[in-house]
Design a protein around this ligand. Structure first.
Ligand code: BDP
Length: 679
């Protein structure tokens, strides 16, 4: 198994009884003759899946008869636009929904039932997405590279488009539709202006044509200075009439070429990208100008809040909040502000971003990163379901208890009709799409949570495992056990107790807590961990940067007191003395070292669990993951030894007696970083 089929395996069900039960329910698929391309796609996907799983032909026809599965578009006020209903009727099952795409989602939901071994008895299912815009963001460049991509080059072959459509495009669309993703931003947020040229729009239109039958709309990241760079204008000032006119004309051109174009994603005045501030304007001026350019077209602007000023003297934690919160209420109704899950940058664990709950008049898109830039790339096994859920479930208290990030993002808390969630894709042209086979689970979990954030990450892990790896009960239990714990294990051996941003410079791989010099102070490690002879951690209380003041009082109170702050977030907010006793009963130093050690040891545990399931999964795939786990263990020891020995130069305390001190000196480990970083 080379992993290409992802979770859409559709191998014949091994249980004859189960096959028989479903065969009786799935003799044929019935569909009206004049069905739309999306409905035809739905029927085709259902046919493909059922034929594989049940091991016999399932014809599609206009008629039916007993045991047919009928696909039908029907108004249903209870379902929203994209919700589906699967119900048992007299002569067979029926999959209905108010739109074609809804029926398509229903077909994939039915296949999921079959594939995970559910019996067809009394089947009655209905579901609708809680979030409207469920997007993957590709950080793919025109030259085929992927920013922070670890699974090979971009799947988009721009030089071949629009004439040649790589078969992968359709397989990509199927995979996304099967988990409810309905939008794709094709290119990097550090955008090239060329995507707005007529030549590229033809290419984009070709991709949109592949995505359309799968209910997926395409979006583009735009380069702010495009009016200057490709428009020949002297300025890109959003208030300049010629600039406005230029964007309007470009937008009209886009919609002429791609009538269902989704809209724009913008990274502006961030990390060197141009933006409205270059002309003394603010983010709302920029976003609103684009929204006006969209005019009556059915599209949106997703404006990113990932900003932090060059050479700022303050705490980077606060910068996005300080720039965006005052703009609440100033954005056009077509604008959503896209906010990363945490205030710094996709660290292995971050507190939720303080903007959630603080901009009640602006719909906020939650941006999470599936490509594991700070989580061991495609080498370390880290299932991100728990990370995404931790953010969604976090309580902002903005309107009293229960004001979760999920309720902000899905629009229910502040009564927004627009809502969105974005996952920075971990997809590349590697045969198995994601490099690490378990990276597929992160793509899968993102889609499932985007559809329904109330699902548990453990339930999703189990579903993915059954669809992708094995249905043998003990093996399923072992795999899901590994998946569910993997993120906490990663945090333990890299950044326990709320440490953050202590990884290798630029590449963001491996430990480099000693990094003290960079182009900017907030790109170093010492800026974040603040180790000294007294203790460790960033004081963000009122006696420090006071970043805690950005949160609602209930959050501020809990996290602001080291005794009530959860240990997992402790060093995000407090500079804690080395000898200080924590709620765990150990001193900071002992707890820190213990976590580094147990984290690295737990990778051994993951290896053992993985060994146990060998007979139950494909041999090639098993060997691939086993090899990656060996690297992960070696690198967990690298992280452990680097951090323990480095922080020991400040704490001057012995490694607790129960742990075996590292055998290599710190100097040797520092060299290792140089080798890895290829500097
Ligand atoms: C950081 C990445 C950088 C991205 C940036 C962003 O290191 O490559 O361009 O985020 O999100 O995590 O814009």
């Amino acid at each position: 198994d080379d992993g290409y089929r992802l979770w859409l395996k559709y191998d014949q069900l091994p249980e004859a009884g189960l096959r028989k039960a479903w065969q009786a329910q799935a003799k044929s698929i019935s569909l009206d003759n004049n069905a739309s391309p999306t409905l035809q796609t739905a029927a085709h996907e259902l046919q493909l899946g059922l034929q594989g799983l049940l091991g016999r032909p399932v014809p599609v026809s206009a008629s039916g008869g007993k045991g047919r599965i009928r696909l039908r578009v029907a108004p249903d006020a209870a379902l929203g636009r994209e919700g589906y209903r699967i119900s048992a009727q007299k002569d067979g099952l029926e999959i209905t929904g108010p739109t074609d795409a809804a029926v398509l989602y229903g077909c994939f939901a039915l296949l999921r039932q079959v594939q995970t071994g559910q019996l067809p008895d009394k089947l009655s299912l209905s579901s609708q997405p809680r979030i409207q815009h469920r997007l993957l963001n590709h950080w793919d460049n025109p030259n085929g590279t992927v920013e922070r991509g670890y699974a090979g080059s971009s799947i988009w072959k721009w030089q071949e488009l629009p004439e040649r459509l790589d078969p992968r495009y359709q397989d990509y669309a199927r995979a996304n539709a099967s988990i409810g993703i309905n939008g794709v931003v094709l290119n990097n947020v550090n955008a090239s202006a060329r995507y707005l040229t007529p030549e590229y729009l033809q290419k984009v239109a070709a991709l949109a044509g592949v995505m359309r039958p799968y209910g997926i709309r395409v979006y583009l990241s735009v380069f702010w200075a495009a009016p200057k760079v490709i428009g020949g204008l002297p300025t890109s000032d959003p208030l300049d009439p010629k600039v406005k006119q230029w964007w309007k004309a470009r937008t009209d051109e886009i919609y002429k070429t791609i009538p269902d174009f989704g809209g724009f994603l913008v990274k502006a005045n961030s990390e060197g990208e141009p933006g409205p501030q270059d002309y003394g304007r603010n983010h709302a001026d920029g976003a609103n100008m684009l929204a006006q350019a969209l005019g009556a077209h059915d599209g949106v602007v997703m404006w990113r809040a990932f900003v932090y000023k060059a050479n700022s003297k303050g705490d980077r934690f606060k910068e996005a909040f300080e720039e965006f919160q005052p703009l609440d209420g100033k954005f056009d109704p077509k604008v959503l502000v896209q906010v990363k899950n945490g205030p710094i940058d996709f660290q292995a664990r971050e507190p939720f971003h303080p903007l959630f709950g603080a901009m009640p008049r602006t719909p906020l898109v939650l941006e999470v990163q599936l490509t594991q830039e700070y989580l061991g790339f495609a080498t370390h096994l880290v299932y991100l379901g728990p990370l995404i859920k931790e953010c969604l479930d976090a309580d902002t208290h903005s309107q009293g208890p229960g004001s979760t990030v999920a309720s902000v993002v899905d629009g229910s808390l502040e009564k927004h009709s627009l809502s969105g969630i974005a996952g920075v894709a971990n997809i590349g042209s590697d045969r198995n799409w994601t490099g690490h086979p378990v990276g597929q689970a992160n793509w899968y979990a993102f889609g499932r949570l985007a559809w329904d954030h109330t699902l548990s990450s453990a339930a999703i892990a189990e579903e993915w495992t059954c669809m992708t790896l094995t249905r043998q009960p003990q093996a399923v239990a072992a795999v899901t056990d590994v998946l569910n714990q993997s993120r906490d294990i990663y945090v333990r051996y890299t950044t326990p107790l709320g440490l953050h941003h202590i990884m290798g410079q630029s590449l963001h791989y491996g430990p480099e807590p000693w990094l003290a010099k960079s182009d900017r102070a907030d790109w170093t490690s010492v800026y974040y961990h603040k180790a000294d002879s007294v203790g460790l951690g960033f004081n963000r209380t009122a006696t420090g940067s006071n970043a805690l003041s950005l949160y609602a009082p209930a959050v501020r109170q809990r996290w602001g007191n080291p005794a009530t702050c959860p240990p997992d977030y402790l060093l995000w907010f407090h500079h804690v003395g080395w000898g200080q006793q924590l709620s765990t009963g150990r001193s900071l130093w002992d707890e820190l070292t213990t976590r580094y050690y147990t984290g690295a040891d737990s990778v051994r545990w993951m290896q053992q669990r993985w060994e146990q399931i060998k007979p139950a999964v494909d041999a090639e795939l098993h060997a691939d993951v086993a090899a990656r786990l060996r690297i992960q263990h070696r690198e967990a020891l690298w992280w452990r030894d680097a951090c323990v020995l480095y922080f020991q130069t400040f704490s001057r305390r012995p490694i607790p007696p129960a742990l075996t001190p590292p055998t290599r000196p710190l100097a040797e480990i520092k060299q290792l970083v140089d080798i890895y970083q290829l500097r």
